[in-house]
Design a protein around this ligand. Structure first.
Ligand SMILES: Cc1ncc(COP(=O)(O)O)c(C=O)c1O
Length: 454
């Protein structure tokens, strides 16, 4: 009886909650909740290059959502594929069973990846992809009898999501300092950015390859026999678009090779066309041992992430009795049917519309447009690579991050453009379908917002 009453009450509550007229229940991620709730930025629909706000204003998407809608918004083939998949197969168990689209998508992703990066493990986000890659790296050494290789090396200013693995190898103090002792046995390379030597560079700066040699120092300090893997974003996105110095990634690769250390490229942002190639690995001619991906795989339409491993890594696990699990890792929603359908349709769009080549062709125009903001008030540096740009603004005295937050707000509310405020940087990364006119429009609007909050 009591439980009947409880469920009646719950039913009544459910029936009354029909519209978001109460903003209090939702605890927004990575968002200042109180200021958001005072002046919400509500988005209700999207198409191609535009979002539409709750008050029905068109907002040009200068950020590809959150670095993910590379094919543009609500593209018909992706929407249709998700609908079809939902009608046909809502879910199939990810462990001990599988469905055909998972194999098809893995094959398509492997075909896009360079070298012998041919084995694809699926998960649901970039954070899970990073933790998966770190676990594969540790387990790989373990199954090969090198279990002393447990140390992981990340980089200052790196962002690798929010799992304990990701924040441990990551290099953003606010993402780490509240959360205890994190993973043990982690060390960090220095960030590759220097305003003094690199300010207002288009593409990869000439200065800074020597930062890779810090890995040799860490090897000397810890000994290679204790180091499992190095993980870096080829272009650090979340801390402000930091393209790698020329030759830096090649040097990292060479040092890793010398010492039997796995090299992981976190391509959650750089994958699927952001830098004009399938993966940044291709742009830089460096084949890592593991690549993480997410975001652009489904153009943001359904959550999905994954890890691509070189053949030799996969094969190292394929020993022992055949009825025994080889890697004790996976997620209920690994290779979810809706995500696979969205992924296949998205890769189809990238291919049919040649969107990676389009991004590459647009890069010079995008970089020029970004640099037009150089002389605006408070602009300290502008960087660009592929279809990504970071604009550093001087912080307001005593209020770090406030100016960029105000620019983001102003851009959305008054100028009708979505940008991302990342610390003291305004980050721009439009969908790869952006026209030249829309690129100019994005930077014009951002310029006006920067001036307005000067
Ligand atoms: C390089 C990188 N790795 C990992 C992540 C985490 O992805 P997610 O938010 O899907 O967990 C991100 C997110 O921006 C990222 O940029």
């Amino acid at each position: 009886m009591v439980s009947d009453m409880v469920s009646d009450m719950a039913q009544t509550r459910l029936a009354t909650v029909t519209a978001p007229n109460d903003l209090e229940s939702y605890w927004l991620p990575f968002t200042p909740n109180r200021s958001f709730k005072r002046s919400p930025r509500l988005i209700v629909r999207a198409k191609d290059m535009h979002y539409y706000s709750a008050d029905n204003r068109a907002v040009l998407d200068g950020a590809a959502g959150l670095w993910c809608t590379n094919a543009g918004h609500n593209r018909d083939p992706i929407v249709a594929a998700i609908k079809r998949a939902a009608e046909q197969l809502d879910y199939s168990p990810a462990f001990q069973f599988a469905h055909p689209a998972a194999f098809e998508l893995a094959g398509r992703v492997a075909a896009l990846a360079p070298g012998d990066l041919n084995r694809v493990f699926f998960c649901n986000s970039g954070s899970e992809a990073v933790d998966t890659a770190l676990k594969i790296a540790l387990a790989y050494h373990n199954v090969r009898g090198q279990g002393s290789r447990t140390r992981l090396i990340g980089r200052e200013r790196g962002y690798h999501g929010v799992g304990f693995g990701g924040i441990s190898v990551g290099g953003i103090v606010n993402n780490r300092k509240f959360f205890g002792s994190l993973l043990t046995g982690v060390d960090h390379l220095p960030a590759t950015y220097s305003r003094e030597h690199q300010a207002f560079t288009k593409g990869e700066p000439q200065w800074g390859a020597h930062f890779a040699d810090e890995l040799e120092r860490l090897v000397t300090l810890h000994d290679a026999s204790t180091i499992a893997a190095v993980v870096v974003e080829p272009m650090a996105g979340s801390t402000g678009v930091l393209p790698p110095p020329q030759g830096y990634l090649q040097r990292l690769r060479a040092i890793c090779d010398r010492h039997g250390i796995l090299l992981i490229f976190d391509e959650v942002i750089t994958g699927f066309g952001r830098l004009g190639y399938s993966f940044a690995a291709e742009r830089y001619g460096v084949v890592p041992d593991l690549i993480t991906f997410a975001k652009g795989i489904t153009s943001g339409a359904v959550p999905m992430g994954g890890v691509i491993a070189r053949d030799g890594i996969y094969e190292a696990f394929m020993h022992g009795p055949e009825h025994v699990v080889e890697l004790f890792h996976g997620y209920t929603y690994s290779a979810h049917p809706l995500a696979c359908a969205a992924g296949l349709a998205t890769l189809g769009l990238y291919r049919d519309e040649k969107l990676f080549a389009r991004a590459k062709a647009l890069e010079p125009r995008f970089a020029d447009a970004a640099m037009t903001l150089k002389s605006l008030p408070n602009v300290l540096d502008i960087r660009s690579v592929g279809l990504a740009a970071g604009i550093d603004l001087a912080s307001r005295a005593g209020a770090p991050g406030l100016r960029t937050y105000q620019v983001m707000e102003r851009a959305f509310q008054e100028e009708g453009v979505m940008v991302r405020a990342a610390g003291e940087t305004i980050a721009l990364s439009p969908p790869l379908i952006a026209s030249e006119a829309q690129i100019d429009e994005i930077f014009d609007k951002v310029g006006r917002a920067i001036k307005a909050v000067a």
